[in-house]
Design a protein. Sequence first.
Length: 312
Amino acid sequence: MSIPGDPHKRMPPLQGLYYFYQAAHLGSFKAAADTLFVTAAAISQQIRLLEEWLGTPLFYRQHRKVVLTPEGAILFEHTQQGFSSIQNGVWLINNDPEPHRLALSTLPSFSQHWLVPRMTSFREAHPSLSVLVESKNELNSFEKSSVDLCIRYGKGQYAGLTSQWLMDDLLYPVCHPLYQAQHQLHTVDDLQRAHLIGDIWPDMDWGRWLSLVGARGGCSALAYDGANYVLEGALSVQGVALARHSLAHRYQEEGKLVRIGNIAVRPAFRYHLCAPEGYFRREKVIQFCEWIRQQADDFRQTWPAELTIIEG
């Protein structure tokens, strides 16, 4: 059997390597066949193909057992290392190295204004579980961190990760009650008299929002990098902020912010739970996901009934 190309730059068939590894480990084609639930003939065939690919015999065939040739011994040593590494990787994905510690990563704005105020409820339900919340805009590299789960705001398309929808959001204008009174802001048509606080992130575009609702805005001479700062600007009586309901609702409940008008846009971005598929089978991640989904369902009830919602 002639196989073109440089064998040093190609990998032999993985199935043949695994069958070889099992036969070498057990010292018998039949024992390997029983372990893998295939026939001894299938084991023999795959190993012969592997020997042809390598151009050298890997076993001395004896009556009731097989013995490795020198070349087979070399390959067995390396397949042991390789398959052991693969098994360890699978274990790390599907098993939890720290079952009593939950590490979360989420956006600074969502962490501060939505998640942290609710964490007492989760801690009371799971007192034996310690929790670390990291706040960052960048999506975590799970291979290089101890993070168990990310909460992200976007379209849910993250390479190599499983994304599960958590909740939608709404965008509408808010300001401090003093600013509202000073400028007599009550409907979206009044926004043309306001100073609009901008956010450099593309999902928080005042121009697009105003176009969707059919309104005009005032000057936009002030902008910040992130929803945290935009909200702080509104709380500091600097103007009108375009805010996500998830972040601004608590301040409206406390009387620190008021909504301008009764029109909101439901953006294309949503909140998602993100992690490698196997992480979602960790018991602590299951517990947290159940809890936060219930929180999200409860929060959905705070959407004001009087709002006209426009799809964005």
